[in-house]
Design a protein around this ligand. Structure first.
Ligand SMILES: NC(=O)c1ccc[n+]([C@@H]2O[C@H](COP(=O)([O-])OP(=O)(O)OC[C@H]3O[C@@H](n4cnc5c(N)ncnc54)[C@H](OP(=O)(O)O)[C@@H]3O)[C@@H](O)[C@H]2O)c1
Length: 241
């Protein structure tokens, strides 16, 4: 146990942040340290300098996150794995990353994955027309350009939903920078009125991911989150969150 962290939720526990160098990843690293966890971060080799602020406070494992050997090393002995699932490129980065985590994390580890509202678990989400239009046009153009492969992120989540692991898939609304508004609120389906504002501070999205580790009610849930001070959250407080 790290000196001085007794009594904190993360005392004596180790978490791995996969995709630690991105904006969401760095917020998650900071939240995890604040909660007393020992932290291992995985990121692409060229992105290691982006973690310089955490020098001496976390262990960094450089490498592509869809490489099984890299993930196996990083998640060894971890109580939880927080994974940023991104649909970048043509190389099945998202599904390869998810599969490596599912294959190599401890069987009883808490696994928390990030993605967007476009992922649906049971097909009961109801999307605004503008959202569907943007997702269809952007998704197709980006795939043709070879920049983004949303279908692979869908495949990654299909594999997670089908697994017996202790997973949570946190579906983010649009994100913005800014000071914390507190823990986001959530609902099971996009289209629920509480989510209508479609905006969350990135720092709070990261906090939701980290706090999900200790929240067993979120095991096998795919919460769609929204900022707790947004108009829709304020108008409909009292939902599942
Ligand atoms: N942006 C939004 O409005 C939004 C909305 C809803 C949900 N989300 C979800 O939130 C999570 C974080 O998204 P974000 O937009 O906020 O970005 P982010 O936190 O900055 O993360 C981007 C991640 O993608 C990696 N990456 C960038 N280019 C890559 C490439 N060519 N190949 C492999 N990896 C690459 C980055 O790694 P490096 O540091 O190595 O570059 C970083 O880990 C994602 O799961 C996303 O689906 C985002």
């Amino acid at each position: 146990m790290k000196p001085g962290n007794a009594g904190q939720p993360g005392a004596g526990k180790k978490v791995c942040v996969v995709g630690a160098s991105g904006k969401l990843g760095r917020y998650m690293v900071q939240h995890a340290l604040d909660r007393g966890y020992e932290v291992v971060g995985v990121c692409r080799e060229q992105s290691v300098p982006k973690l310089a602020d955490f020098d001496g406070r976390i262990t960094v494992i450089p490498g592509a996150t869809n490489t099984p050997e890299v993930i196996a090393r990083a998640v060894k002995g971890c109580d939880a794995v927080l994974t940023v699932l991104v649909p970048w490129g043509r190389k099945r980065y998202a599904s390869g990353t998810a599969q490596a985590v599912l294959d190599h994390a401890r069987q009883d580890a808490r696994l928390v994955f990030s993605c967007g509202w476009h992922i649906t678990r049971d097909g009961k989400d109801v999307y605004p027309r503008t959202f569907k239009f943007y997702a269809a046009v952007f998704g197709r153009l980006a795939k043709i350009a070879g920049v983004v492969d949303v279908d692979d992120q869908v495949e990654a989540c299909r594999r997670i939903f089908a697994s017996d692991a202790r997973w949570t898939v946190v579906r983010g609304s649009d994100l913005e920078e800014g000071d914390s508004q507190g823990l986001p609120v959530w609902s099971r389906h996009v289209g629920d009125p509480i989510l209508a504002s479609n905006m969350t501070r990135r720092v709070d999205y990261a906090r939701f991911m980290v706090e999900a580790v200790e929240d067993d009610d979120l095991v096998h849930e795919a919460p769609a989150v929204v900022g707790r001070l947004t108009p829709s959250a304020l108008a409909h407080a009292g939902g599942p969150a």
